[in-house]
Design a protein around this ligand. Structure first.
Ligand code: SF4
Length: 439
């Protein structure tokens, strides 16, 4: 048991850099699966957070940290002198099931270094998942990595055993990939991604017609890219993200702030802090694209290629588009309501439902969950703004920023008289470098 525990320590720690670990998107239960054990729920099973803030909800582990590749940004690269370990499929399946039975976990997130070659690595993963599904009758959530370069038959086999698959894109551009992961290529990554997307689409059609078709990756596929190890702008990353959603129908794109693990002249120095605020802004923008009908072009462009460090992307858009406001709460469409700072998906739906019965005023909006502190500057009720509201730059910015952000903003820029909507132009793209990495 000590031997397995040692392996778990090494391979659990080696997996922590992979952030693609949420489990949303699938709903299933043991009762629906003719016995067996384990349930999947459609949102966030067993989430918890490591000291560095990353989600470690599932048993998140590598099959092995032995790797034939030498990606410069990776702690498991072959040239790195670290302790290596490998689970046998039997050990890992048994460990997962024991953890499950003790209620420590509800699922497995399985990735791996590339041992011998991609096919061999996939075979180990398949054997592990087969044991879990077919011998232990485990119906819980499994997220498995597709290893680029592996035979499509093997990828297909993983897809029939796992709920979610992911192929990590790693670097946001081909140039950076060439430089930092010379053993990988853009095609080797996009090919399996395309294969999984195509199979998911085919499977969805078959499931609509036939009852007994086995499910292929029912929770969809995701990917992860590392932020801050290479020089791409936020604009580049966001447009790439949008294209990935469109072309490969990904469920999620995860962003991982680069944590320096290597003293290499091509990478940020070892004392560079992970760009967590940047990662956070990317997640906010990703959310806007997935749930608020924003396009990447509306959030960033060539003129403003990086996020505003002081304002979240939605508020940043709002202060840059005064022509869009104020929005009349009693007439605006759902899409227009979603553009108002302080109105989210739920409150927009509530507003639409409530105004069918009577005209809404500010008191009613408050009851419906609208954050008036923010929203009042951007909307009117029956043509009227809040009584006594003073629309001044500082008031608006204070309503949109936390106190800490506002103080940082004021300390960062020498106070001077500004027109409110000049504020965003003032926030230059180099602002990131001067800011602490605070969320
Ligand atoms: S292939 Fe994966 S595990 Fe191997 S060095 Fe590259 S990123 Fe690390």
């Amino acid at each position: 048991m000590d031997k397995i525990f040692n392996k778990l320590q090494i391979l659990g720690a080696a997996a922590k850099y992979d952030v693609a670990c949420t489990s949303s998107g699938v709903d299933d239960s043991a009762s629906k699966n003719n016995g067996g054990i384990g349930n999947k729920v459609s949102c966030g099973i067993c989430h918890s957070f490591a000291a560095d803030g990353r989600c470690i909800s599932l048993l998140k582990v590598l099959m092995t940290n032995i790797c034939i590749y030498d990606c410069k940004y990776c702690v498991n690269r072959k040239s790195n002198d670290v302790q290596r370990a490998i689970f046998t499929p039997e050990e890992l399946a048994e460990l997962t099931i024991q953890f499950y039975k003790r209620n420590y976990i509800e699922g497995l997130f399985l990735s791996s270094g590339v041992i011998k070659n991609p096919d061999y690595t996939c075979e180990l993963i398949i054997k592990t998942l087969s044991l879990l599904r077919n011998v232990y009758r485990f119906n819980g959530y499994i997220h498995a990595k597709a290893i680029p370069g592996a035979d499509e038959k093997l990828l297909n086999a993983i897809g029939l055993l796992a709920d979610r698959m992911s192929v990590n894109i790693e670097m946001p551009s081909q140039d950076s990939l060439k430089l930092l992961a010379p053993d990988k290529s853009k095609n080797a990554i996009f090919k399996p991604m395309g294969f999984v997307a195509q199979n998911i689409s085919q499977n969805t059609k078959e499931l609509a017609v036939y009852k007994k078709v086995p499910k292929f990756v029912p929770a969809g596929q995701s990917t992860q890219m590392i932020i801050g190890a290479s020089p791409e702008t936020d604009n580049h990353i966001l447009h790439l993200t949008e294209n990935l959603y469109k072309k490969y129908k990904l469920k999620r794109v995860f962003f991982s702030a680069y944590t320096p693990v290597s003293n290499d002249s091509l990478l940020p120095s070892l004392d560079t802090k992970p760009p967590l605020l940047r990662e956070h802004r990317l997640y906010q923008a990703d959310w806007l694209m997935r749930f608020y009908n924003f396009k990447a072009d509306e959030i960033l462009d060539d003129e403003s290629p990086n996020f505003n460090p002081f304002l979240d992307p939605k508020c940043n858009w709002a202060v840059k588009h005064p022509e869009f406001f104020p929005v009349e709460i009693n007439k605006a469409s759902y899409e227009e309501l979603l553009r108002v700072p302080g109105i989210g998906v739920k409150s927009a739906l509530r507003v639409i439902a409530a105004r069918k019965h009577s005209h809404l005023d500010f008191a009613a909006l408050k009851k419906l969950g609208v954050v008036l502190k923010r929203a009042q500057y951007f909307l009117v009720c029956k043509g009227r703004k809040t009584d006594g509201l003073v629309i001044k730059e500082d008031n608006i910015l204070q309503s949109l920023m936390s106190k800490k952000e506002f103080n940082m903003y004021r300390n960062f820029y020498t106070p001077k008289q500004l027109e409110f909507f000049d504020t965003v132009k003032l926030l230059g793209d180099s602002s990131w470098q001067a800011l602490p990495n605070a969320k």
